[in-house]
Design a protein around this ligand. Structure first.
Ligand code: CA2
Length: 151
């Protein structure tokens, strides 16, 4: 019997509001819809997911620290903390797991303060601008990374 690799999917602040406001920027899907899509794609890829959301920087840091022992990779949309958090960056650097960054919106078509992400410097790669579909692209990338195939 084989044990599936488990991918931690972290969603940062305000992403619990998805589908409720700003559909032009972030799409009409709720975070629950995205979790369901990820679950289906993960199953097809032979992965399991642990899907979470937090509005608290310290909680995200703790989740990343704990992932080292129990998860096989991290997909993260750190929301606004992507642009501000050296603490999340340090935790990701230390976790010793493959990290894929995802954003719903195209950061580079938005305000200049969104053009820099600390998370990017700790990630294998970053996907942005494809809305909720970006999470599925991130899972496709992660499936190869956890099997140590080239990206
Ligand atoms: O595009 C993304 O995925 C972001 O990570 C979303 C963050 C933003 O701060 C990043 O620059 C880019 C914001 C998430 C807020 O989500 C909302 C959803 C609906 C209504 C209000 C906020």
């Amino acid at each position: 019997m084989s044990v599936e690799p488990v991918v931690l999917i972290i969603n940062g602040p305000n992403l619990n509001l998805l589908g409720v406001r700003e559909p032009d920027i972030y799409g009409r899907e709720t975070l629950g819809d995205i979790e369901a899509w990820c679950g289906e794609r993960a199953e097809a890829l032979g992965l399991a997911i642990d899907f979470r959301q937090s509005n608290l920087e310290g909680e995200i840091v703790t989740w990343v620290q704990e992932a080292r022992d129990v998860h096989d990779g991290i997909i993260i949309n750190a929301g606004a903390y992507s642009h501000t958090s050296i603490a999340v960056f340090d935790a990701l650097l230390a976790c010793d797991l493959p990290v894929v960054e995802v954003h719903l919106s195209n950061l580079f078509r938005r305000e200049s303060f969104r053009h820099h992400s600390y998370v990017s410097a700790a990630a294998v790669g970053m996907i942005c601008g494809f809305g909720a579909h970006g999470y599925l692209l991130a899972l496709d990338a992660m499936a190869r990374l956890v099997r140590t195939e080239p990206p």
